[in-house]
Write a protein that binds this ligand. Structure first.
Ligand code: NAD
Length: 479
């Protein structure tokens, strides 16, 4: 596929293209252009021209167009889902779910647009009024990762468009095709040209041209903490607004009175979703010693049922997207092994028919993990969970918070007062008690500490694309 700029597909001005591969077997699915600086400039100028009219459309008009895009997305779900399945390797059903769930978010953002208000101060003197309005921030650069390419783009795009902004998206080099497909679907559904442009390329190759360009006013980024920090530093050069959704290393605390069946079901489901390539997954677990063995037995039984889906076949978990992401799991497991942890299940690359050419890592549980092990310190982004016994809930909370990350936390106890205290004590942007649902579209989502800055989703997400403006009006009061 080609890039999508100013309402049409284009090869761009450079010569270079790169391969997009199917992670299940390494085969080449397609090629896309490596954007160059002139392409970034073209896309940004198209977005700026579109912004000058899109921002002036009434909210009702923008809402109507956004809802048409949401419906078009649902109608095209089989097509976009199939593209996503091929570039990401995740089982098809889950890919289809990502498309329809993201369409719902588009609708919710549209409804939030209808409810936006500014204010009017009553404090002014006679013959004066102070009016506060909210303006769209401007052209937005949306940079997204590979793991949920459609959802994480829609977190930004849906909020930006309804606020009156226009967008230049730069999807992950691993998974650019679903974003390109989406741009075509939205354009055909009636989104004006230039409102949503897509550039393809590596972060290193095109990131600086986007971030340093003087026109865009905001960078909305989801990805790793290291990339987020360098983007924030670069954005400071022109003081662009930033929203950063970064890495996570989320902990679960299991108390001695927890419903272990419920806790192990939730942790098994959430820890291995998308083969662990999931920012707010359960990465590490602190379990009170009196229930530690029983917890391990139940979790092992549930994780043991997961199957890996070979190339062209069916199963619960797909491969990891590329060798770099695969290597995190392999390194953390060998580190834990060397330092004396017990590998309860998995711990190795999957081999055999249908697995030879993909980066398949077996679902893995590491018991008796200690704080200095990599699994308990840094994001895995793979199908591996570390588990540590603790003596008290206080110790568990201390260990859970003893991390540079702060994206999510999970608590399991039937004592509501203890559960609430642990939730309150967690240094994390979202906390779950006694079950783990998907994050809701209606409430803020984002991280504390090095897991990010700002919030997406719901009203809070839209507000991140608006700036306050205060107007002081003076007039001769005739009466
Ligand atoms: P990544 O940081 O390698 O890349 C993310 C995107 O940023 C890609 O499009 C990449 O090309 C681009 N990029 C990288 N360096 C850049 C730079 N210097 N300038 C501009 N763009 C640059 O992340 P990934 O491997 O694609 O995704 C995995 C990471 O994303 C994990 O750390 C995960 O926790 C994080 N993530 C966070 C959330 C969240 O909501 N907090 C959600 C999903 C994923």
């Amino acid at each position: 596929m080609d890039m999508f700029i100013d309402g049409q597909f284009t090869k761009g001005r450079g010569e270079a293209r790169f391969d997009v591969r199917n992670p299940t077997d390494g085969s080449i699915v397609d090629q896309v252009p490596q954007a160059i600086e002139m392409d970034a400039d073209d896309a940004i100028r198209s977005a700026k021209a579109a912004f000058d009219t899109w921002r002036l459309r009434s909210m009702v008009e923008r809402v109507a167009i956004q809802k048409k895009c949401a419906q078009a997305m649902r109608d095209a779900a089989p097509e976009i889902g199939a593209v996503l399945h091929t570039e990401l390797g995740r089982p098809l059903d889950a890919c289809l779910g990502e498309i329809t769930r993201s369409a719902d978010l588009l609708d919710i953002y549209a409804e939030e647009g209808l409810r936006l208000e500014a204010s009017f101060s009553l404090g002014a003197a006679r013959g004066e009024k102070t009016v506060v309005t909210r303006d769209p921030v401007g052209v937005v650069i949306a940079i997204t990762p590979f793991n949920y390419p459609v959802t994480l783009l829609l977190f930004k795009l849906g909020a930006a468009l309804i606020a009156g902004c226009t967008v230049v998206a730069k999807p992950s080099e691993d998974t650019p095709l679903s974003t390109l497909k989406l741009a075509e679907v939205f354009f055909k559904a009636g989104l004006p040209k230039g409102c949503f442009n897509v550039l393809t390329g590596t972060g290193i190759g095109i990131g600086a041209a986007l971030i340093n360009h003087p026109i865009p006013r905001k960078i909305a980024f989801t990805g790793g903490t290291a990339a987020g920090k360098s983007i924030a530093a670069a954005a400071a050069g022109t003081l662009k607004r930033i929203t950063l959704e970064l890495g996570g290393h989320s902990a679960a605390i299991v108390c001695d009175d927890a419903d272990l069946d419920r806790a192990t079901s939730a942790i098994a489901r959430h820890g291995f979703a998308n083969t662990g390539q999931f920012c707010y997954r359960v990465n590490r677990v602190y379990v009170m010693r009196s229930v530690y063995d029983e917890f391990l037995t139940q979790l092992l039984e549930k994780v043991g049922k997961y199957t890996l889906a070979p190339a062209g076949g069916k199963g619960d978990l797909g491969p990891l997207v590329n060798e770099k992401i695969y290597q995190n799991s392999a390194t953390q497991v060998s580190d834990a092994r060397e330092k004396g942890a017990r590998i309860l299940i998995g711990g190795a690359r999957q081999t055999g028919d249908g697995f030879e050419n993909g980066f398949y890592f077996q679902p893995t549980l590491i018991a008796d993990a200690t704080p200095e092990m990599l699994i308990m310190q840094d994001e895995t982004f793979g199908p591996v969970i570390g588990i540590t016994p603790v003596e008290t809930a206080q110790e568990a909370l201390f260990l859970a918070n003893d991390s540079r990350y702060g994206l999510a936390g999970f608590v399991f106890t039937q004592n509501l007062a203890l559960g609430l205290s642990l939730c309150e004590g967690f240094e994390a942007g979202s906390v779950w008690l006694n079950d783990i649902q998907r994050s809701s579209h209606y409430v803020p989502f984002g991280g504390m500490k090095e897991s990010g800055m700002g919030r997406e989703k719901g009203r809070y997400g839209v507000e991140a694309y608006l700036e306050y403006k205060t107007m002081y009006l003076s007039y001769e009061a005739p009466l």
